[in-house]
Each structure stands twice: as C-alpha cells, then as structure tokens.
Design a protein around this ligand. Sequence first.
Ligand code: CDP
Length: 227
Amino acid sequence: MKVPDIIIAIDGFSSTGKSSLAKKVAAKFGFLYLDSGALYRGVTLFAQEESLINRVNMVNPALKEALKGLDLHFGPDGKLCMGPRCIEQQIRSMEVSGQVSPIAAVPYVREWVDEKLHEFGRKGRIVMDGRDIGTAVFPDAQLKIFMTASEQVRAQRRYDELVAKGESPLLEEVVQNLRERDYIDSHRETAPLRRAEDAFELDNSDMTFEEELAWVQGLIQGKFGIL
Ligand code: CDP
C-alpha cells in the first residue's frame, strides 16, 4: 500500500499506546516516527539536573536562557540523546514523569519544542505523537487520530512497562501520575490537550494491537482512496 507524503498526527491521553501505534504505522509505511513527549521529558531531565525545577514544581525562569545551550536530538536508533549521552531510559522514569507536565505547561518550553518538531518534520512523511500535534504543531496534518482508553487499562499498561524496565512503582502511584498529567495537560493555557475537530477517535480499551493497526490502515485506505 503506497501512502502519499502526509503528516499523521496521533494525540491523546497518557499511556493510551500512542507511541506503540505511531512506531508501527511509521515502520509499515516507511514514515519517520517522532515522539514529541520525549522532548518534553528531555527538557524535564535537563531542568532537574540543572536544579531549575524544585520539589514543588516551581520552574526557575533561568530555564529559558539555559535552553539555548541544550542539545536534544534523536539518535539513529530513535532514542533521545542529550549531547553525547543517550537519555532514553532516564526520561521514562517516574521521577521525570512526576514533573514533565508542569514543565510542558511553560509557554517558552513549548516554543522551544515546537521549533525542534518543525525542524525534524520538515521533510514530511512523518508520524508524530503527543498532546497538541493535530491542534497546534501541525494543524494541517492530513490525518489526525485521537486516542483514549479507560484509566484502568492505561494504568496497568504503564505499570507493566515500568516493571519490565526494572522499576518497582506502586500501581496507585502510577494511577495518580496519569490523573495528574491528564489534568494539567488538558487544563493548561497554552496548547491544551483536546481532540481536534477533524480527528478520528480511537478508544482501544478493548482492542488488540492488530485490531488497532487494521483500524488505522482502513482509515488511510478510505481517506486517501488507496486499495
Ligand atoms: O507516554 P506518555 O503518555 O506517558 O507521555 P509522553 O507522550 O511521553 O508525554 C509526556 C508529557 O509531555 C505529557 O504528559 C505532557 O505533559 C507533555 N507533552 C505535551 O505537553 N505535548 C506534547 N505534544 C507531548 C507531550
């Protein structure tokens, strides 16, 4: 199936499986996959390491200037790097998850990330996932998907992922983190999480991964008239 040079935007709540689906769709159609959340997580790790965010999530305004010297990029394996360091594992920790939404609510952080996303996405043929891709970053994306799933399913998925990586979180702590992030992400002033009017909604609470893929494929075939 030959898909035209479109931009596919996948937005939605925490732990709905956006990145797994986005990666698979990108691999299947020869697109580039871009994980916008990884950049917000990278900025959060940077702010933590530079002591520019405190325990009660107060962000030091010096972060704005400090971002000018921050080098975040994706390595050839798609993993996030900070300068020469691969930070993929660290950015997925509960510590980073606990502070990423307050950082992502800061308008100059969003501007910094948006600029990077546009730079990376310049050539088209991309699948990008996040919270505001179809509404703010690429509002003209030709295909927009908005993902949801029940809280219980999402929390269990994220818990299993963390355990598989060797962390030992409490399920309750994971649930709390999802709730907090969803709340902050949907209520912030700049580019809040919401479904774009022209986005197709995918609730995958009771779907297998194969069913999800078939759903996306059907959507692409229908929308772009591909056999
Ligand atoms: O994978 P998970 O659902 O945990 O989240 P993520 O995609 O890694 O994003 C982490 C956080 O970054 C989100 O909770 C948002 O606060 C922020 N984010 C955002 O504000 N806008 C985006 N386009 C992507 C992520």
